[in-house]
Design a protein around this ligand. Structure first.
Ligand SMILES: Cc1cc2nc3c(=O)[nH]c(=O)nc-3n(C[C@H](O)[C@H](O)[C@H](O)COP(=O)(O)OP(=O)(O)OC[C@H]3O[C@@H](n4cnc5c(N)ncnc54)[C@H](O)[C@@H]3O)c2cc1C
Length: 478
């Protein structure tokens, strides 16, 4: 019997696993996709929000602010790209200026450093901003983070510390027995003293497996443009419009990889799997973004994508035991700002909720850091030459757009959270993220995966179970 089963390996499940991995507990994470962080945690704005915006006193405000304060150290420990670039919430009309005052008050209540800037100050910081700008709220502790690394490295740290991870296995039923739960999956049956439901969009479906619930999760779609990393300085901060009842609005931001993101839209949809993008919505995103930065170079667009927020009917994060079972913990409705909140949610669930039910004895050999990754692109030419002389695999480039070497790909394949699919390699290393979107490097990545796992290239998946890329061999060796 496991002490704990966590359902879902998005940012939330991964950080809960990481926090629990500090203690002498047996923890199993069950994830239906073939990689960690393969749903909402990979398709968002990747902003480490400061916390100026959530309603004071809400779970969102509490965990956002705590998560933001933890982010720098977490990213150092987990070798995750993070930049505290600050955010600007921008007023374009005079009529919007009183809202900046309201947001400043809210920031103060939430304990978030913030300051109102004049139009001239904003223009000096952001040369490409709409010249009509009337002022902005600067939150210097807001930042950007690499969401793929954040999730995968948190789970890597958890697994290095003994957590077990089952990928590609869907939880289909849960039964409460006398003092434990029986968890059924597509691959087997498991028993656990505690179940933690971190199933994102499906957290209501999972919660309903043990009792009727009074809340629902409604998917709310956000569509984006991704621009190439063509030049620095289009924007220097994360730029938000003023928030509305639809959320934080359409932002313009750089990413930790130097690309730019423009989006997201905000529309409720019925289908929890609907990640389609559409021309009309994106045209609207474009128009609204131009209100912040009129000269966004949209010809630099390399891709569009959509993510689904797990919007709860309660309008706040649900982080509590179920009504009938103290040892069934729902961590549900974690919409934005859930990414930045996830390290703080992990700590709370482990220490406060699990800690009430099981003794938390710290492991003597617990490591809070992971084995550092090699970052050839951050090295000087001399350092890079020395690295290549030592290990020639770092000189053999697989992805020309993003300059990713065989050495980096083979490194991620050797980690405790292996990259099993082409998309997992892409998220970990950026091979395929560039202008050609994998057109050139994908066959080479397929061959590396096939070689590493001892399978045929035909068996290598892009992402989901039925996503083989190679259909058949046309040239067979004699
Ligand atoms: C458009 C958009 C913009 C956003 N921008 C930001 C932002 O800038 N900053 C920020 O902090 N937050 C942002 N967020 C929110 C953030 O992305 C989420 O709060 C966070 O990723 C939620 O993580 P999660 O682990 O709860 O969900 P997920 O990442 O969806 O993980 C849940 C996991 O559970 C698994 N699962 C579901 N059902 C089962 C089952 N039956 N069996 C096994 N596994 C199962 C899923 O496969 C999935 O991997 C944004 C979200 C969206 C959609």
């Amino acid at each position: 019997m496991e002490d704990i089963i966590i359902i879902g390996a998005g940012a939330v499940g991964c950080f809960i696993a990481r926090s629990l991995s500090r203690y002498e507990l047996s923890t199993l994470v069950i994830e239906k996709e073939n990689d960690v962080g393969d749903v909402t945690s990979m398709a968002n704005s990747a902003i480490a929000h400061s916390g100026y915006d959530p309603v004071p006193g809400s779970n969102k405000a509490k965990f956002n602010v705590l998560g933001n304060r933890m982010m720098k150290e977490v990213c150092q420990d987990l070798d995750v790209a993070y930049e505290e670039c600050g955010t600007l919430t921008v007023a374009i009309y005079d009529s919007q200026l009183p809202m900046l005052d309201e947001l400043l008050e809210r920031a103060k209540e939430n304990g978030v450093p913030a300051k109102i800037l004049t139009a001239e100050e904003v223009k000096a910081m952001e040369p490409n901003i709409n010249p009509e700008v009337k002022g902005a709220l600067l939150c210097p502790t807001g930042g950007i983070v690499n969401p793929f690394e954040l999730t995968a490295h948190a789970m890597e740290n958890a697994c290095d510390n003994g957590v077990k991870l089952h990928l590609g296995e869907e939880v289909t039923d849960i039964k409460a027995e006398n003092d434990h739960f029986l968890v059924k999956t597509t691959k087997g049956n498991y028993e656990a003293k505690i179940v933690i439901n971190a199933a994102g969009l499906h957290s209501d479906d999972i919660a309903k497996m043990i009792e009727p619930i009074s809340w629902t999760i409604h998917p709310r779609k956000g569509e984006y443009y991704v621009l190439n990393h063509y030049a620095k300085g289009l924007v220097n901060h994360v730029l938000f419009p003023l928030p509305s009842e639809k959320g934080k609005g359409i932002l313009v931001t750089m990413t930790t990889s130097g690309n730019y993101l423009v989006g997201p839209s905000s529309e409720f949809v019925d289908d929890k799997e609907d990640l389609s993008t559409d021309t009309l919505t994106l045209a609207n995103v474009k128009e609204q973004a131009k209100m912040l930065v009129p000269n966004i170079p949209f010809p630099e667009q390399i891709r569009c994508y959509a993510g689904l927020r797990s919007t709860p009917s309660t309008h706040d994060f649900i982080i509590e035991p179920s009504k009938a079972y103290e040892s069934f913990i729902n961590v549900a409705g974690i919409e934005s700002p859930g990414l930045v909140s996830s390290p703080a949610i992990g700590e709370y669930v482990a220490k406060d909720l699990v800690g009430k039910l099981l003794p938390l004895k710290e492991k003597s050999d617990y490591q809070k850091t992971i084995r550092p990754y090699c970052h050839p692109q951050k090295m000087s030419v001399a350092e890079r030459n020395a690295l290549i002389a030592k290990d020639p695999r770092y000189g053999e480039i697989i992805c020309d757009c993003e300059k990713v070497s065989i050495g980096e790909i083979e490194d991620v394949l050797s980690r405790s959270v292996p990259a099993k699919t082409v998309k997992a390699v892409k998220k970990r290393t950026r091979a395929g993220f560039g202008k050609c979107q994998g057109g050139f490097c994908q066959p080479k990545v397929i061959n590396l995966l096939a070689k590493h796992y001892g399978i045929s290239p035909i068996e290598v998946l892009y992402d989901k179970d039925d996503s083989q890329i190679v259909k058949e061999e046309v040239k067979k060796e004699a």
